[in-house]
Design a protein around this ligand. Structure first.
Ligand code: SF4
Length: 288
């Protein structure tokens, strides 16, 4: 393949992946699809899909079961009986008295994976350390890499608008990514990169202890939920994730390309608002 065509082909593949139109290639070792939701894996168990991200989840055990408290919190959601899934997300050992500052210090000038080679700045995460709501994306893009802040490009502006439409300010939530360094040419992070970086995010979530985690896009959702199903198959459903409720919705970058999907995302955000007891902001009075 002409290497100059690669970024464009990757961009198209990711676009179709966002649409839920994968797979485009057969992996030599087709993998068993983990179940998502109560219905189990759909349509048989072996399909040529991207292999799941490697993890040590088997060593760390499944996420905690639904508690009476979390079920009560989910009383407004349609599915109080949440599916409990194994996650492919790498857990970190719990650190006594952990803080976001300490996690950032531990990351340091990280060279633990190859994403350090082309990055400009580590994008740690940004927002309220006591946020009830955390948004998790895939990884930094160009603007984020330059500024060292998550979701500051065009997609970030749209995310800010989405947050404000929920009646919140951006500073009231926490925003971060699965990996903290920009993958070259905005490719998807590789499995080993996710495996290396995700313990830092695990610690961040353990410190923040949000009520709700919203995964933005396929990569974040698949990583945390431990599935290689397309997000279109479980978007908008509630899952239990380590004591938080988790919902996946489309990435704002996808909405920039596909504005017609905004109504579905708004439905998801309204579900999140109900979960958090938020009321939509009153419409501004019309001028004149
Ligand atoms: S992506 Fe994460 S693990 Fe890899 S170099 Fe950056 S901070 Fe370190």
């Amino acid at each position: 393949m002409d290497p100059r065509s690669r970024p464009q082909i990757e961009a198209w593949l990711r676009y179709f992946d966002d649409l839920g139109l994968g797979p485009f290639y057969l992996d030599r070792a087709a993998v068993e699809l983990p179940a998502v939701g109560a219905g189990g894996s759909e349509g048989g168990s072996r399909r040529g899909v991207r292999p799941p991200l490697r993890s040590r989840v088997e060593q760390t055990g499944p996420p905690p079961p639904v508690t009476a408290q979390s079920a009560a919190r989910g009383a407004r959601a349609q599915d109080v009986a949440l599916p409990v899934l194994p996650s492919l997300f790498n857990a970190a050992p719990r650190v006594e008295g952990d803080t976001l500052e300490r996690i950032r210090e531990d990351i340091g000038d990280c060279k633990r994976c190859r994403l350090c080679e082309a990055r400009n700045k580590i994008v740690f995460g940004d927002g309220n350390a006591r946020a009830e709501l955390v948004f998790i994306g895939e990884g930094p893009g160009h603007d984020e890499d330059v500024q060292g802040l998550p979701f500051v490009g065009r997609a970030g502006k749209l995310l800010t608008q989405m947050i404000e439409a929920m009646g919140l300010r951006r500073e009231e939530v926490y925003i971060c990514n699965i990996v903290k360094c920009r993958p070259p040419e905005n490719r998807q992070p590789e499995r080993d990169e996710v495996a290396t970086c995700s313990p830092f995010l695990d610690r961040q979530l353990a410190v923040i202890r949000p009520k709700v985690v919203v995964c933005l896009g396929n990569v974040a959702a698949q990583t945390l939920l431990g599935t290689n199903k397309s997000i279109s198959q479980f978007r908008g459903q509630w899952f239990e994730f380590r004591g938080s409720k988790l919902l996946a919705t489309y990435h704002p970058a996808y909405l920039l390309r596909t504005p017609s999907a905004k109504s579905e995302v708004w439905k998801d955000l309204k579900n999140v608002m109900a979960e958090l007891g938020l009321k939509p902001p009153k419409p501004r009075p019309k001028a004149g």
